[in-house]
Design a protein around this ligand. Structure first.
Ligand SMILES: NC(=O)c1ccc[n+]([C@@H]2O[C@H](COP(=O)([O-])OP(=O)(O)OC[C@H]3O[C@@H](n4cnc5c(N)ncnc54)[C@H](O)[C@@H]3O)[C@@H](O)[C@H]2O)c1
Ligand SMILES: O=P(O)(O)OC[C@H](O)CO
Length: 331
């Protein structure tokens, strides 16, 4: 009998990873919050709510998220958005006791300023690994070539998950830098909102490249202050995911920025979204985290002010461009 891997969270990413892992020969069960997701996967092999149009592996089973309380799950992928992760982890504590858990979520919690790995370290008693990198769920579900990073402090765990997810269209590289991998994955969403706003307002390609590059500088600055390695930010979970999310029109975060540029308020945008754009929350969390750890993150701060203080994007550009002139160095 093949090994069983559970997926906690039946959104688009959890579902795409379920399909990837089932395709690699594992038995997969998805624990999903929405009844229609559970029904859709079990009856029609499709998640019509979050990944419509993709026929999933017929072997994938789905269960209601609450069922996790009565289950015992030795290996799981965590794909619950950051702001809900603490509550879902409380439900999954027993099920995931001493289990091997690969986190696929990207983000920072608003209420604590903690990265997802720290949240789950506090709430679970499991061996944690992080998967991050440039990977739109829709493209993974369509089996388009994708490369990602898998980070863990434990060599065995990162190699284990690398084997489980890799195949001819999905290639995972390992890393020891958990903090670097997750800081890149979290903050790139905020910079993607910034490039969406900039592109939507017609500020041009120079501005987009400037935002991406200086965005990477502030991602790196925050990461280094938290103990990450510089080289990680040049890799898939750093520059790779930043370029994808800031320029790819499949990005929910970039799309939030494009809609802000159209003049919609954050409330109007999020009211009509069933999916999650983590950058909306991470902008707030990172703004306060940067203040706390005394790291300069000017683009993140302007995104925070546009989203939460009604600052006009044109004023943000003026303020960013007229800051004190300085060296390009990250420090
Ligand atoms: N979609 C992608 O392409 C992609 C790729 C890489 C990483 N991620 C990351 O994966 C994580 C999951 O995102 P996604 O894209 O799968 O989600 P999604 O936006 O497709 O779906 C929303 C998810 O949020 C869950 N949810 C909503 N309200 C909830 C609640 N009160 N409690 C618990 N869960 C609730 C839904 O059940 C669903 O699973 C995010 O951190 C995201 O940044 C997504
Ligand atoms: O659609 P987004 O903006 O949430 O981005 C999805 C992934 O994180 C891209 O790697």
């Amino acid at each position: 009998m093949s090994e069983c891997i559970s997926i906690i969270g039946g959104g688009s990413w959890g579902t795409a990873l379920a399909d990837l892992i089932a395709g690699n020969g594992y038995e997969v069960t998805v624990f999903a919050k929405e009844k229609e997701v559970v029904g859709g996967i079990n009856k029609d092999n499709e998640n019509g709510l979050f990944l419509a149009g993709h026929k999933l592996h017929s072997s994938i089973k789905a269960e209601a998220l609450e069922k996790i309380k009565e289950s015992k799950v030795p290996r799981a992928v965590w794909a619950v958005p950051t702001q809900f992760s603490r509550d879902v982890a409380a439900m999954a504590l027993h099920a995931l006791e001493h289990s091997s858990v690969m986190i696929a979520t990207k983000g920072i919690e608003i209420s604590t300023g903690e990265l997802i790995y720290d949240i789950l370290s506090e709430e679970l008693n499991s061996n944690l690994t992080i998967l991050s990198g440039p990977s739109f769920a829709k493209e993974v579900a369509a089996k388009k070539p994708t490369a990602v990073s898998i980070a863990s402090n434990d060599e065995k765990e990162r190699s284990y998950w690398q084997e489980i997810v890799s195949n001819t269209f999905f290639r995972a590289y390992t890393s020891e830098d958990v903090i670097g991998v997750e800081v890149g994955g979290a903050i790139k969403n905020v910079i993607a909102i910034a490039t969406g706003i900039s592109d939507g307002l017609g500020f041009g390609l120079n501005a987009r490249a400037g935002l991406i590059t200086r965005g990477l500088a502030e991602i790196t600055r925050l990461g280094l202050s938290l103990g990450a390695k510089h080289e990680t930010f040049m890799g898939l979970s750093g520059m790779g995911d930043l370029v994808l999310t800031a320029t790819g029109d499949l990005s929910r975060n970039r799309n939030v920025g494009l809609k802000i540029a159209e003049g919609l308020s954050l409330k109007e945008i999020t009211e009509n979204m069933k999916m999650v754009a983590e950058g909306v929350f991470t902008a707030k969390a990172a703004h306060f985290l940067a203040e706390k750890v005394k790291v300069e993150m000017p683009i993140t701060n302007e995104v925070y002010k546009i989203l939460y203080e009604d600052k006009k994007p044109y004023q943000s550009v003026m303020d960013l461009m007229s800051r004190d002139l300085k060296s390009e160095s990250v420090k």
